[in-house]
Design a binder for this molecule. Structure first.
Ligand SMILES: C[S@@+](CC[C@H](N)C(=O)[O-])C[C@H]1O[C@@H](n2cnc3c(N)ncnc32)[C@H](O)[C@@H]1O
Length: 293
């Protein structure tokens, strides 16, 4: 299966942020090379690359519209720190194999592990989510997902109803069910996310009447106890009223996918309906939480 690879140059200072931003635009993996020397190197999440001039390759699904991705990228504040953006086709399946071989089990909070579905779980007694993200976003390696997983781990989800708004791979929806939620609605506008969520739910033995998966329209007038949304700041702002309408009195929300400088504006918008708490940060990303008034 062919893939599309976006090649660009950036600097050591911005490589991490640029990679994260491109993953938010649908990138499936980020690989870095020293622009001068070329040893292939994929840093662990949060690890700082070694070189000053970085050649970055970001793998995308072949179905994407490259002009659209480049146009959206030009609007991104971090595009100021990149140059020579160029898409090329790659046939090489080793990309996928290489990325898969680097996806290791990861622990979030006290109880929760996200484990690649093709590897043995490190702790049988933990809450283990077996994951194969397919072409959808959400492996836990991205700080925005990580912030949501940590929040779900410490939340009391026992017998609670939950919405995962923008479910991607279904990582948060499946984790919520495994952490005790009684019902989870996993919604996304991307059909690939709906497929990936069904497959991951099946893999984890939670594809049953407790899990409703579909486009956001399926929510109708559903009202829940907990809502988690890892989308970008723009959609979070425009969805605020709708998100609020699905939250019952004293419902808890977690909003992720915000850059640190976007916290104030999103918090302000949601404070119409929610008592908002102080944001948690991970690298340049933030998670906001609130309680419905
Ligand atoms: C950053 S990914 C998050 C995936 C997963 N929940 C996680 O935490 O890793 C954002 C997801 O939101 C979806 N999305 C974007 N805008 C949306 C909208 N208006 N309504 C529902 N889903 C949306 C995207 O298709 C994508 O799958």
């Amino acid at each position: 299966m062919p893939w599309l690879q976006l090649k660009l140059t950036t600097t050591k200072t911005y490589a991490d942020a640029v990679g994260d931003e491109l993953m938010m635009l649908g990138g499936l993996s980020v690989t870095l090379e020293d622009a001068a020397d070329n040893p292939i190197y994929e840093p662990a999440p949060g690890e700082t690359p070694l070189w000053n001039d970085i050649q970055m390759m970001v793998l995308f699904d072949a179905q994407i519209n490259t002009d659209e991705v480049l146009a959206v990228w030009q609007e991104n504040p971090f595009s100021e720190f990149t140059a020579h953006e160029k898409f090329e086709q790659v046939e090489d399946k080793d990309w996928v194999r290489e990325w898969i071989s680097r996806f290791e089990p990861m622990k979030f909070g006290e109880r929760l592990w996200i484990c690649p579905s093709w590897q043995p779980v490190p702790d049988e007694t933990a809450v283990n989510v077996l994951l194969d993200p397919g072409l959808a976003f959400g492996t836990g390696t991205h700080p925005t997902t990580s912030l949501c997983l940590q929040w779900l781990d410490q939340a009391d989800l026992h017998n609670k109803t939950v919405i995962d708004f923008g479910c991607g791979s279904g990582i948060l929806a499946v984790a919520a069910l495994k952490l005790g939620a009684s019902k989870v609605y996993a919604v996304d506008i991307d059909p690939q996310a709906i497929t990936a969520t069904s497959e991951n739910a099946k893999r984890n033995g939670v594809l049953d009447e407790r899990l409703i998966i579909g486009q956001p329209e399926i929510l109708g007038d559903v009202v829940v106890d907990v809502l988690v949304a890892n989308i970008l700041a723009g959609p979070l702002e425009s969805l605020a009223e709708q998100i609020s309408s699905h939250c019952g009195s004293h419902a808890k929300i977690a909003l992720s996918g915000l850059l640190n400088h976007q916290v104030e504006s999103v918090s302000q918008t949601y404070s119409t309906w929610f008592d908002m708490q102080q944001a948690e940060n991970l690298q340049e990303w933030s998670r906001l939480t609130g309680t419905k008034k």
